[in-house]
Design a binder for this molecule. Structure first.
Ligand code: NI
Length: 264
């Protein structure tokens, strides 16, 4: 069975055929999906969505590119809605220094830290979005989320570095700190050398797969709208890189996903 650990089916690009696509996922053995919130405006919709579709779980959190409008009221909303038993994580949260028109680093850091504190308060795992900000991400996770070996933070429940884009060495550092590594489309790209290296070195029990759909379509569908139906290409490439059978890899990744989100 396949677990898509990171998807955005509430995106407007699914407005035309959302039900059809979701109802077809089982034909490709996709049995569980985590619907990820990126904006505070998504929260209520996420809860409605996971109530509507059995196979869906959800996360609550705000992406670094839209944190500038946040207030403590939004944090209270996360706390209140996360009592839903199918809300399994806080995210996607983090730092993104790629675009100049994103909120200032200081504003991003403030809300990243605040949401990490809430994750520990709720004892939920986190879904980390981190781009061009590796060092700051690690420093903040150490100080405000995981704590040190000597002084672990109360309530820490791990998480995943989603759409992982850094080096194999840093992947091992994140794993050492207690996080999973999420791989998606780029691992199938001909020029996805770094992602392929990461797929090879990450310990077997620390790897999960995701589509990040509608973005990030893998080969052979690169450039078109993505969906969880394409996860098989990502799993096949990882199985190939790790010299395992497809079936074995699929099962390992599925079990890792359940463990990441504490789903029995
Ligand atoms: Ni995403």
């Amino acid at each position: 069975m396949i677990f898509d650990t990171h998807a955005h089916y509430l995106d407007h690009r699914f407005d035309e055929d959302r039900d059809n696509i979701i109802n077809s996922l089982k034909t490709e053995n996709v049995t569980k999906v985590c619907e990820i919130s990126a904006d505070a405006d998504d929260f209520i919709q996420i809860v409605d969505h996971i109530d509507k579709y059995d196979m869906f779980y959800g996360s609550l959190g705000v992406h670094p590119s839209v944190v500038d409008k946040l207030t403590e009221d939004h944090m209270d909303m996360i706390k209140k809605l996360s009592t839903h038993k199918k809300i399994v994580a806080i995210g996607e949260i983090g730092l993104d220094y790629h675009f100049d028109d994103d909120p200032e680093p200081e504003v991003q850091k403030k809300w990243f830290i605040r949401q990490l504190e809430i994750a520990n308060e709720l004892e939920l795992p986190v879904i980390i979005h981190s781009r061009d900000a590796a060092k700051e991400t690690i420093d903040i996770l150490k100080e405000y989320h995981r704590g040190t070996n000597k002084e672990p933070k109360k309530g820490f429940n791990g998480g995943v570095i989603h759409c992982y884009s850094y080096s194999p060495e840093l992947a091992l550092e994140f794993i050492e700190m207690g996080y999973y590594i999420g791989l998606d489309g780029p691992v199938t790209f001909k020029n996805g050398k770094k992602a392929k290296e990461v797929a090879k070195v990450v310990p077997e029990d620390r790897l999960v797969v995701e589509t990040d759909c509608p973005y990030m379509s893998p080969e052979p569908h690169r450039g078109s709208r993505n969906s969880s139906l394409n996860l098989k290409y990502i799993i096949a490439e990882i199985a190939n890189l790790r010299e395992k059978s497809y079936e074995e890899m699929e099962e390992i990744l599925y079990n890792n996903s359940l463990r990441l989100y504490n789903i029995k």
